[in-house]
Every structure is written in C-alpha cells, then in structure tokens.
Design a protein around this ligand. Structure first.
Ligand SMILES: Cc1ccc2cc(C(N)=O)cc(O)c2n1
Length: 349
C-alpha cells in the first residue's frame, strides 16, 4: 500500500541522512538507539514487502557471504600515479616547470580570465609573466588504496581498484560496505555520470583493534594500515569487508558534462563534499612554492597526531584550465606532485 511505501521511502531518506552525519561529517544527529530502531524497522518492512527492495536502500550495505571474483574494469581516464619530489629544491623545480610551461603556452597579450571568488583565486603576476604565482591545493597523501567510483543518475553503479592504472578490479560489493561511501549522491543537482576518485584507508585505531582481534584468534595480522585496507578491500566475501574499519576520502572528480564542474580543484572538492563524500579536513590552499613548503612542514609536524597514516603531501595546480594546459607526461600529471615525508622510524613491534 502507498502508506507502507511512503514509510519505507521516509525511513530510507532519514537513515541515509543520519549515516551521512555520523560517518561523513562525524556529527551524529540522533542517539545510536534511535538510529538502530529506525534501521531495524526498515529491515523488517523490507522483509515484509520484498517488492519494495532496492539496491540503494541503506540496508543493502551489509554485503553477502557469497564469494565474488573480481571482474576487470578498464579506467576510461587512466589512474596515474603521482611524480615524487624528495626535497624542497625538487618542489621548487616542479613549480618553476609549471610556470614556464604555462608561459610558453600563453601568447603575448592573451587576457587571463580572473576567477573572482572568495576562498581561492590564482593571482596572475603583474608585469612579465615569469612572476606569475600559481595557486596550489595541498592535500595530505593518505597511505591507503586508490579507488574509482562511478555514479549513474546519482546511484553508485561500479567501484574499481587502481590496479596498474589502466585496468583495475571491480570491488563494488566491498566498497558498498564502507559507510563513508555514499550509495546515492546527496542533493539533486549532479550530472548523469559522475566519477569520484579517492583513497580508501584504515584509521590507526581501527587497524590496532583489527590486529588485536586477528591476533587473538591466532590469525595472521597486518603489517600496516595500508596493507590492512588493501587486504580488506580484496576480500572475496563482502560480509568480511563489512566488518573492517575502512573509510574513504575523495580527492578528484570527473563528470560527463564538464560545465557542471566549478573552475578550480578546490571548489570541485567542495562540490564532491556536498554530494556526500568525505574530503580531507587538512586540505589547504597555497600561493607559490614557498607557501607549499610551509604547508609541507606544517603537515609533517602534525603527522603523528593524525588518526590515520599519511606518507606525504600532494600539491595540485588549483585552476582546472591550467591543469588542462599542462596535461600529463607519460606516467604522471604535469599539474600535480607528491612530496614524501622521510619514512617513519620502523614500527616498534
Ligand atoms: C591525481 C592523484 C593521484 C593520486 C592521489 C593520491 C592521494 C592520496 N593518496 O591521498 C591524493 C590525491 O589527491 C591523489 N591525486
């Protein structure tokens, strides 16, 4: 009857919203008991009315004990790895190459479109082009596993590992069990096809608890959170993945209709956050290489206090039109670079 259908719809919307606040915003709206009651009511009504079943219901995350093999997925846009800078000088070289390449590309007198925005704008240097300062987005480089998520009409339809950058494994069933991955995009204005890429990782606390659980059962433990995340994502039974403390942070977005995206990477990530993804709160903007190096030092100083492991910082040219002009070298984008921290002293086991 419509009243049951309406109630089920209302429960799905409410529970999805509570999930977003709890898992993505770390800001629960209701006590756990209230959430559990709603969740159990939805499960009961869906069991009573199987014709109402849909894969986008929040009850459909828990995964199944059925073993799945991982089909191959070809990445429409290769998931390239990042070039590395191992010193401040190498970062300065990167910034200089970016400026020189952009200047070469500019013909004399070409007017530069200014983006009059509040929080981010890349200043076109006055006078000769050499002084132009490039605005970068600075992001912590999470030590996890890169994944690509595809949404059609706002619904998660496929998730894949990076693999070798060109083909990955279909891990949709396992990705669906991660609470900070939205099964449906929030809000209403998103393009028909959206691809969000990000890093799946295991926070330190969850990693320690998992190893205690595995060790307590005499099972093999994981060496580090990155291996634990990789191993958990490649479980053949998604019901096992569902019990692993995995989280995801989005770091890039591609859409079918480019005009739907804002003109900078920073604003693109804000958009992705509105669609329901977690983005990393340590992200910042920097003008030029000196401010990037300040961000590098600041992030390295707080590295051990973060609740997850990072192995460096990623700098990306903020304006997408400049990223477009810079393109990629065979392996890695010309518009981005990661600067790695010195390896952490061996974990004291
Ligand atoms: C383009 C690209 C490739 C790999 C990345 C990896 C991370 C990461 N490990 O957090 C962050 C990024 O912004 C990335 N961006």
């Amino acid at each position: 009857s419509t009243s049951v259908r309406d109630r089920v719809e209302q429960l799905r919307t409410t529970i999805t919203d509570h999930n977003h606040h709890y898992y993505v915003l770390d800001d629960p709206q209701v006590p756990d008991a209230e959430y559990d009651r709603l969740f159990r009511e939805l499960q009961a009504r869906e069991a009573e009315y199987p014709e109402l079943a849909t894969t986008t219901s929040p009850t459909q995350r828990v995964g199944s004990a059925v073993e799945t093999n991982f089909a191959q997925v070809i990445h429409r846009i290769p998931m390239l790895s990042l070039d590395n800078a191992f010193s401040a000088d190498e970062l300065r070289d990167f910034d200089r190459r970016v400026r020189e390449r952009l200047n070469r590309g500019k013909t004399a007198g070409e007017s530069s479109t200014k983006e009059h925005s509040t929080e981010d704008h890349s200043t076109e240097g006055e006078g000769s082009k050499e002084e132009r300062t490039i605005e970068y987005v600075c992001e912590p480089k999470l030590d996890g596993l890169a994944v690509s998520l595809h949404y059609q009409n706002g619904e998660l339809v496929r998730a894949a590992t990076r693999g070798d950058g060109y083909t990955g494994e279909d891990i949709t069933a396992n990705i669906r069990t991660i609470a900070s991955v939205p099964l449906t995009l929030r809000g209403g204005d998103f393009p028909q096809t959206v691809e969000v890429r990000g890093e799946v990782y295991m926070p330190r606390a969850g990693f320690d608890r998992l190893n205690q659980r595995l060790g307590g059962r005499g099972e093999k433990t994981f060496v580090n959170p990155r291996n634990a995340a990789a191993g958990s994502l490649r479980q053949k039974k998604s019901s096992v993945t569902a019990r692993r403390p995995l989280e995801m942070c989005a770091y890039s977005v591609a859409v079918s209709d480019e005009s739907a995206l804002p003109p900078t990477h920073w604003k693109g990530l804000q958009q992705v956050s509105e669609w329901g993804f977690r983005i990393n709160p340590e992200m910042s903007l920097a003008n030029g290489a000196d401010q990037c190096l300040e961000a590098y030092e600041a992030l390295m100083a707080k590295r051990d206090r973060l609740p997850y492991e990072i192995d460096g910082i990623v700098f990306k040219v903020n304006r997408l039109d400049l990223q477009q002009q810079l393109g990629f070298v065979s392996r890695a984008p010309r518009w981005a670079i990661a600067q790695k921290f010195p390896a952490e002293e061996e974990l004291t086991v």
